[in-house]
Design a binder for this molecule. Structure first.
Ligand SMILES: Nc1nc2c(ncn2[C@@H]2O[C@H](COP(=O)(O)OP(=O)(O)OP(=O)(O)O)[C@@H](O)[C@H]2O)c(=O)[nH]1
Length: 631
């Protein structure tokens, strides 16, 4: 893709503020400085920098703007474009206005003003020198900030899964290589060596990302092996750290997302929603609860989910315990989850009998230090045929409602109960329609406790609809016959369900060998899916960073060809430029210009006084009477 980028010359010099590690920040500096320096200079006349720009106006017209064409994708064409780059002379869009006009002025202080005016060039000189220092200070500050931020990204990357790790490192290495390449280019003056550094850096980053993403393809195989090990008794004795892993992953996501937000202001890390579909009473709500770790959804065998429940989980470290909120009902900070469950039940049951289901979603947000940052959707269950007392269009309406949520990039949790033949599974039928290649669907078989182990195992190796992420067998509710569990609710019920599920699969360890079972492993699968989605979200970012670095290094080369660039030299050069600017300005701004300014200020002030004295006078009785008379 060929892009044309307009870069003011002074913006290029600013980017070289500090060399070595800080060059990672060139992306942000290039944009931020270009924006702040020029927009301020052109739009805010009271800024000291506008003076500089004013004085440099002539120079700017001669050389400040150039257009560089280059191909973002190919190194070879970059070389070609470098040979063909051209300078387009374009004057700034707005010439800066004169700052003196903004100074306060008193008609009684003309004498004093004249004296001050004589000293004005000296004041301005001092002001401009201070402005210069301020600019340099800001450049350093911005450079240090971005260095810190990128350092943090690297630290976080160190903690992430291997594939993802490679990806982030690729970015950091590409950044380092590119900056070094830029500096080397300046040192050696050799065109090929400078761009070569960048190109390689980008290539390293690109291949790192590619390896990271391709390694995900083999995840499932690894997972099954891991799971086999997890079935070992020894490991089962250990504490379950899946929740912690999930929360850690979430934290990293949030951190990366906020860094990306700071750097480029876009929410580049969007995660898909996890949508739970299945036939009526298949156990959808129970599966969702086992993921969240709280019992809060209405459950029952009489179609209790009648509206989509859009559940947003927010990881909030400032909280000691979970809180729930219904933003639409203006109900916040609810800590009693049985109350939440009751409200959800009432909201579902409030759907009129003639309608049976409603498209209007219920929005619920749960904040907790322990939940991952996710959005989950519980949907009304599919039905086979409408009952005599149900609307005849109900089946189609449920189907249409679910299809909207099954679209890409959402992850589909297709729930089927083990006590129903999989050939009749509405969830798998719907998932196949939305995701024919089975790439973003996880098949979940609930109620494993209700069928024989042989039958259950057969379901987990479903060959009719093979899923890339496979099938997971779960027990999301302890059987009702066990009165011990029936009495429990909330967190207690959740713990009881976990214990029951664990002991069940432990008992049938040999029957389910080689299959994925348990809600713990379901969560693990979800985590991998989220990691993968994060990596693919970051891939375009990586390409963007590489391209920007290539561009920046090229600009370094053009600007500092054959010269070694250090921060001291850069600072000295900037100060020299400011000095020249001040000199030009003081030469241009002599007595006649000052007189003209004072005169126009004085005229304006006299006009203001006249307006006050005569035109804004309150109406006399005669004038108001005259105004009131119709024509
Ligand atoms: N024995 C057993 N019962 C389960 C299991 N999972 C869910 N149930 C029971 O199945 C019934 C339906 O569960 P829900 O989670 O409400 O199912 P649902 O699909 O959300 O139901 P609707 O929203 O009404 O479509 C409840 O009575 C649960 O207690 C399980 O793994 N084993």
């Amino acid at each position: 893709m060929i892009t044309a980028t307009k870069i003011p010359l002074i913006g290029v010099t600013q980017m070289g503020g500090t060399l070595g590690r800080p060059q990672h920040s060139s992306l942000m500096l290039a944009t931020a400085l270009r924006r702040s320096f020029f927009s301020r200079a052109h739009t805010h006349r009271h800024y000291p920098l506008s003076l500089v720009m004013n004085s440099l106006g002539k120079r700017a017209q001669q050389q400040q703007y150039r257009t560089i064409f280059f191909d973002n994708n190919s190194r070879a064409s970059l070389h070609k474009s470098k040979r063909n780059y051209s300078y387009n002379v374009q004057p700034p869009a707005h010439q800066p206005t004169n700052v003196i006009g903004a100074r306060p002025f008193s008609v009684f202080g003309i004498g004093k003003a004249a004296v001050r005016a004589a000293k004005l060039p000296a004041y301005l000189g001092g002001g401009l020198a201070a402005a210069g220092s301020y600019v340099i200070y800001q450049v350093e500050k911005a450079t240090n900030y971005t260095t810190d931020q990128l350092g943090r990204v690297k630290d976080i990357a160190g903690d992430l899964a291997d594939g993802f790790n490679g990806f982030i490192d690729g970015i950091i290495d590409a950044a380092a290589n590119a900056s070094d390449g830029g500096a080397n280019a300046s040192k050696s003056g050799s065109e090929s060596s400078g761009s070569g550094g960048n190109g390689n850096g980008a290539a390293v980053g690109g291949s790192a990302a590619a390896i990271a993403l391709s390694s995900d393809e083999d995840e499932e195989e690894e997972l099954v092996l891991e799971e086999d090990d997890e079935e070992d008794e020894e490991e089962e004795e250990q504490a379950d750290d899946t929740d912690d892993d999930m929360v850690n992953l979430t934290r990293q996501m949030i951190e990366i997302r906020s860094i990306l937000l700071n750097v480029n202001g876009s929410n580049a890390l969007r995660l898909p929603s996890i949508v739970v579909v299945g036939s009526q009473s298949s156990g959808k709500s129970s599966v969702l609860e086992s993921i969240v770790g709280q019992e809060f959804l209405p459950k029952g065998s009489n179609m209790v989910t009648r509206r989509p429940i859009e559940l947003t989980l927010v990881n909030d470290n400032s909280l000691a315990a979970e809180t729930a909120e219904f933003p639409a009902l203006k109900m916040f900070n609810m800590t009693d989850f049985s109350q939440v469950q009751k409200i959800l039940f009432d909201l579902n049951m409030a759907v009129p009998y003639e309608e049976a289901v409603s498209n209007d979603p219920i929005q619920l947000t749960i904040r907790s230090p322990r939940v991952p940052d996710l959005s989950l959707v519980d949907l009304p269950g599919y039905i086979q045929v409408e009952a005599a007392d149900q609307p005849v269009t109900l089946k189609n309406r449920i189907r249409e409602l679910c299809e909207r949520y099954l679209e890409e990039p959402n992850i589909i949790l297709a729930i089927s109960a083990a006590d129903v033949d999989l050939a009749n599974s509405s969830a798998l039928r719907a998932a196949k329609r939305a995701d024919p290649r089975g790439e973003r669907t996880i098949g979940v078989i609930t109620k494993m406790d209700l069928v024989s182990a042989e039958q259950a195992k057969k379901m987990l190796t479903n060959r009719k609809y093979p899923l890339k992420m496979g099938y997971v067998g779960c027990i999301t509710k302890a059987p009702q016959t066990q009165s011990l569990f029936r009495r429990q609710s909330g967190t207690q019920a959740f713990i009881a369900q976990q214990n029951f599920e664990r002991s069940f699969f432990k008992e049938h360890k040999n029957d389910f060998a080689g299959s994925t079972t348990g809600t713990k492993n379901l969560k693990k699968k979800l985590m991998r899916v989220l990691e993968k989605s994060m990596a693919s979200c970051l891939k375009p970012m990586h390409i963007l960073v590489s391209n920007e670095l290539e561009e920046t290094s090229y600009k370094f080369k053009v600007e500092f060809n054959d010269r070694e660039l250090t921060s001291e030299k850069y600072m000295a050069q900037t100060i020299d430029q400011l000095k020249i600017g001040i000199k030009e300005f003081s030469e241009k701004f002599g007595r006649p210009e000052l007189k003209a300014l004072l005169r126009s200020e004085l005229d304006q002030r006299v006009l203001d006084l006249l307006a006050l004295r005569y035109w804004n006078k309150p109406p006399t009785p005669q004038t108001s009477k005259k105004n009131a008379t119709p024509d």
